[in-house]
Design a protein around this ligand. Structure first.
Ligand SMILES: [Zn+2]
Length: 183
């Protein structure tokens, strides 16, 4: 029983402790103000993500993302700042932690027929929340960069299609979310 609780706390604490440590070793620092912006060596895909550490937040860019033109690069960073400012990492960890704890207790009680649907539900909830967070981060980014720069970033690199299993909404949903007149 206690070993399950220990394992669970490790799962919840990992993204805030060991993950930033591991990712920092794979990247180099390019800017350090409120958040550390770092570039990951040897990644050719255009991608960016953020991690909340115990003391500060980190924004990681692939080398290709870091070499985007200045306006797009600022838009990428503004979107990631949105995730950090809105505490998306903490909210997600709390939701997933509670759902995993519930299914763990159900499993321990021999109610695997309930635990499995709860886990499936947890997976869908995680994807749905992730899509909601993407829209929130886009809206936050509007405080930091001109709408046009965000629109150009999303139109160039956003996902064309999305489903209930996607972590990101599709391009048209993201553009509508910015109240951008998209036709
Ligand atoms: Zn995002």
């Amino acid at each position: 029983m206690y070993s399950y609780l220990l394992l669970l706390s490790l799962i919840i604490v990992f993204p805030f402790t060991a993950l930033p440590w591991i990712m920092k070793r794979k990247s180099y620092l390019i800017s350090e103000e409120k958040y550390e912006v770092r570039v990951m060596r040897g990644h050719s895909q255009i991608n960016a993500f953020s991690i909340r550490g115990l003391r500060k937040g980190y924004i990681f860019l692939t080398e290709s993302a870091a070499s985007l033109d200045e306006n797009k690069l600022k838009a990428v960073i503004a979107h990631e700042i949105g995730h950090l400012e809105r505490n998306h990492h903490v909210k997600m960890a709390l939701l997933m932690g509670s759902l995993i704890t519930i299914s763990m207790f159900l499993l321990l009680d021999g109610m695997s027929w309930v635990a499995i649907p709860v886990l499936l539900l947890a997976m869908l909830a995680q994807k749905s929340l992730s899509r909601k967070f993407e829209l929130e981060a886009d809206r936050y980014a509007l405080r930091l960069v001109p709408c046009q720069d965000l629109v150009s970033l999303i139109s160039s690199y956003g996902d064309r299609e999305a489903s209930i299993l996607s972590t990101h909404p599709d391009v048209s949903t993201r553009l509508k979310n910015l109240n951008y007149n998209w036709s």
